[in-house]
Design a protein around this ligand. Structure first.
Ligand SMILES: [Fe+2]
Length: 311
């Protein structure tokens, strides 16, 4: 089976005007603007769909309020969908599996989240991790400054859930995901294929007895775009959730913002690319394994900085 990655995320949104304003500021391209929904895309044609939360056609929510209502994974061939359907029917017969079309398989995961598999329409950009050539030395030319981000792809999604082991078993045993790393007893990083970005799905221990969307992450081209994009989003009045900083696990630079459509949204760049040779680690959940460094509330442009006297 070849699951290519996250194809589409459908949000049920209580305040569509705020959702529109957020994803415009986030740098996404609006491709459908209809009374029923808004559809945005990343550069590689991953999709974010915003639907009014009260729309009765949406699958059930895992939590109250604005949140993800369906998570769609892309696959490379119809035979992958055949394989997935056979595995789900054999190993998870209670997952409400439906072969809606030849190219669409829908089911419900153990968190109660509606998920689906379809043929991927994404066109990976050269800026996918592991494929970026080292930049040539910069001589007689200035570096790149971004006045806003253009999210290249939807890289990973994160949930908190009370039964990490049960959800991990479903994704790994039934759907073929692999663990990349874990915080002992507290969290597991999963990837959807042997070779790819360090994780596409991250499960954290829930603080309560239910599952929640934690964040959705968008890959950008480089660290400069994390900062430039983040400063543009902050300028739009959107509050930082965490960052910027650099994670220890996966090595990426990050900046998280609160997302009015649910959870947080993350810009990230320069993440680890792993293959089947990668050995999953088991680490204690300690701050030194969370971030090499981190600011807690964004950064300021020069005009926002109070100058200090040197003496
Ligand atoms: Fe993340």
């Amino acid at each position: 089976m070849a699951i290519a990655g996250i194809e589409r995320v459908v949000f049920g949104v209580e305040d569509m005007a705020e959702g529109r304003r957020f994803f415009n500021d986030w740098g996404m391209t609006l491709v459908e603007d209809l009374p029923t929904h808004l559809l945005y895309r990343t550069v590689d044609h991953g999709q974010i769909k915003l639907v009014p939360a009260a729309d009765p056609t949406l699958p059930a929510a895992i939590e109250p309020g604005s949140t993800v209502r369906q998570l769609v994974w892309g696959v490379e061939a119809l035979s992958d969908i055949d394989d997935l359907e056979a595995r789900v029917r054999t190993h998870a017969p209670n997952s409400a599996v439906r072969r809606v079309r030849l190219d669409l398989l829908e089911l419900t995961d153990p968190m109660g989240l509606a998920i689906a598999f379809t043929l991927t329409q994404r066109t990976p950009t050269p800026h996918c991790a592991g494929q970026v050539a080292q930049p040539s030395p910069r001589v007689d030319r200035e570096g790149t400054f971004y006045t806003g981000a253009e999210p290249q792809r939807i890289g990973h999604i994160v949930f908190t859930t009370p039964d990490i082991d049960g959800v991990e078993a479903f994704y790994c045993t039934v759907l073929g995901f692999r663990p990349s790393d874990r915080y002992r007893g507290r969290a597991v990083f999963l990837r959807c294929r042997a070779e790819g970005e360090h994780h596409n799905l991250f499960l954290l221990k829930s603080p309560d007895s239910s599952s929640h969307l934690h964040h959705l992450a968008f890959g950008v081209r480089d660290i400069h775009e994390v900062f430039g994009g983040g400063m543009a989003v902050a300028k739009g009045g959107w509050p930082t959730f965490m960052g910027p900083g650099r994670h220890v696990i996966s090595s990426c630079y990050f900046w998280y913002f609160k997302n009015p459509c649910g959870g947080a949204a993350e810009y990230y760049a320069d993440t680890d690319w792993v293959t089947e040779k990668w050995q999953a680690r088991e680490l204690p959940q300690e701050p030194r394994y969370f971030s090499e460094w981190m600011l807690t509330d964004g950064v300021s442009r020069w005009e926002g900085v109070q100058q200090q006297s040197i003496k």
